[in-house]
Design a protein around this ligand. Structure first.
Ligand code: GDP
Ligand code: MN
Length: 403
C-alpha cells in the first residue's frame, strides 16, 4: 500500500524525523485557510498523488501570497497530473498539501529498503538529492552510498555518521543526519514498510536537516498488524478497474505499457512481468485470477482486459493446478470473447491441469491464439508481436525506480 506524502510525513514525524509544518486541503478555499493557519509569507503547494516526479510536472509550487495559494490549488485540484512516473493518463489530484516553504542550501537523498542481494534492510544515501537523482544515480554509481543494517545490532551510529559524511553532510549536520537515518530504520521496522524515501533531505540555511518530501510504501502482507495504517489506503487512488476486478475475485494492477497479462498466482505473475521486461516489453497491467474465481468471473475479468486502451497484445499465462484449471480459464475467455471483440493478438501458455482441453476450447470457439510451449517462449512471441526485443536495461531501470 502506498500512502500520501502528507500522511507519510505525519507518521515519520512521530518517529522523530523533522518535517515542515503543513496542512492538507481538499478545496482551494481550504488550501488558503491552511496557509493562513500556518502563517508566514511563502508556502509550498504540493499535489498529493501516489507518484513522484511532481516537481518537474508542476505539481510542486512555491507561492508567496494567499491569493496565489487559492489560484494554485484551484489549478491543481480536480485534474490529472502527468509525471514521468504516472503514465500518460496521469493521476487525479484530489488533495493538496500546503507547507511552510523553506530554503534548502543542499539537497541530499536518503532511503531505507530491503536490499535483495544482501537480504538486509539497507540505508541508501546520496549527495545528489532533489529532482535529478534518478539520472545521476545511473550515471555516477559512486554517488550512492549503501549501509546494510545487521538485524540484530540495528543501526550503529558511527556507521550512520560515516554515511552522512560521505553523502556530504558537514561536521555540524552529520550527527543529525545520522540520527535521521537511524530513526528512518526504526520507522521502517515499526511500520513494516517496504520502502521509505526522503528526497530531498534538505540541509537548511540554518544547518539543520529537514525531510522536504517523504514516500512511505507499506508491505501489504503485514498490513493486518497495522489497522491504523490500513485505514490510510486511499480508494480514490485505485483505478476503477482495480476496484471492479476485486469484486470478481481478480487482482488487477494497472501499469503503463501495452501488453495485458493474465496469470493465476502472484509468483507466476511476477515471473511473467520479469520475463517481459527482460525483453523490453512493457506490461499494461497484471490480472491475477484467484483460485476461487468462477468461469463467469474469469469472463468478467477477461472482458475488462479486452477493454484496456492502448493494448497491443494479451499474454495469458496459466499454470493449471488442483483448483484453477486451464480449461476453466479458456471457458471464461470464450465467454468474454462472445461479447467483446478480440482486437489484439493473443499469446497463450497453458501448462498443468487440463492444458490440452483448454487449448481445444479456444480452438472450438475459433478464438485465435498463438500457443507458447514455455514461459520464455511466450515472452519471445509477445516481443515479436510488439516489436520489442532490444532488451531494456532492467538493472539501470531498477536503480532509477528506487531513486
Ligand atoms: P517530487 O518531485 O514529486 O519528488 O516532489 P518533491 O516534494 O520532492 O518536490 C520537488 C522539489 O521541490 C524538491 O526536490 C525541492 O527541490 C523542492 N521543494 C520542496 N519543498 C520545498 C521547500 O519548502 N522550499 C523550496 N525552496 N523548495 C522545495
Ligand atoms: Mn521528491
Amino acid at each position: 500500500v502506498k500512502i500520501h506524502e502528507y500522511q507519510a510525513k505525519r507518521l515519520l514525524k512521530g518517529h522523530g524525523i523533522p518535517v515542515p509544518r503543513g496542512a492538507v486541503a481538499f478545496t482551494a478555499a481550504e488550501a488558503q485557510a491552511a496557509a493562513r493557519f500556518l502563517g508566514g509569507e511563502r508556502w509550498m503547494v504540493k499535489a498529493q498523488i501516489h507518484a513522484g516526479g511532481r516537481g518537474h510536472a508542476g505539481g510542486v509550487r512555491l507561492v508567496d501570497s494567499l491569493a496565489a495559494i487559492e489560484a494554485t490549488a484551484q489549478e491543481m485540484l480536480g485534474k490529472p497530473l502527468v509525471t514521468r512516473q504516472t503514465g500518460p493518463q496521469g493521476l487525479m489530484v484530489r488533495r493538496v498539501y500546503v507547507e511552510e516553504a523553506l530554503n534548502p542550501a543542499r539537497e541530499l537523498y536518503l532511503a531505507v529498503y530491503v536490499d535483495r542481494a544482501t537480504a538486509r534492510v539497507t540505508i541508501l544515501g546520496s549527495p545528489d538529492g532533489g529532482m535529478k537523482i534518478e539520472d545521476d544515480a545511473v550515471r555516477r554509481p559512486g554517488a550512492v552510498v549503501k549501509l546494510p543494517v545487521d538485524p540484530v545490532e540495528g543501526v550503529k551510529l558511527a556507521d550512520a555518521r560515516t554515511l552522512a559524511t560521505r553523502i556530504g553532510a558537514g561536521a555540524e549536520a552529520a550527527p543529525m543526519v545520522a540520527e535521521i537515518a537511524a530513526a528512518l530504520y526504526r520507522a521502517f521496522l515499526a511500520f513494516d514498510a517496504s520502502l521509505i524515501e526522503i528526497n530531498p533531505l534538505a540541509l537548511l540555511e540554518n544547518g539543520r536537516p529537514m525531510a522536504l518530501d517523504a514516500r512511505l510504501v507499506l508491505d501489504d502482507n503485514a498490513l493486518f498488524r497495522h489497522p491504523d495504517l490500513a485505514a490510510l489506503r486511499d480508494d480514490d487512488e485505485s483505478t476503477a478497474a482495480e476496484l471492479e476486478a476485486a469484486r470478481h475475485e481478480i487482482n488487477f494492477v494497472a501499469m503503463t505499457g501495452n501488453v495485458g497479462c493474465v496469470v493465476n498466482g502472484a509468483g507466476l505473475g511476477m515471473a511473467t512481468l520479469d520475463l517481459l521486461k527482460l525483453r523490453g516489453v512493457e506490461p499494461a497491467n497484471f490480472m491475477d485470477i484467484r483460485p476461487v474465481a468462477t468461469r463467469e468471473q474469469i469472463a468478467r475479468g477477461f472482458r475488462m482486459m479486452l477493454g484496456t486502451p492502448n493494448l497491443r497484445c494479451i499474454l495469458v499465462n496459466i499454470f493449471g493446478g488442483g483448483i484453477m484449471r486451464c480449461d476453466l480459464v479458456a471457458e471464461g475467455m470464450v465467454l468474454a470473447a462472445r461479447e467483446v471483440p478480440v482486437r489484439v493478438p493473443l499469446v497463450v501458455r497453458f501448462a498443468g491441469t487440463n492444458a490440452e482441453l483448454g487449448r481445444k476450447h479456444l480452438g472450438n470457439a475459433s478464438l485465435k491464439a498463438e500457443f507458447a510451449s514455455s514461459l520464455a517462449d511466450a515472452a519471445a512471441r509477445v516481443a515479436r508481436i510488439t516489436g520489442d526485443g532490444g532488451g531494456a536495461s532492467t538493472r539501470s531501470r531498477a536503480v532509477a525506480h528506487r531513486a
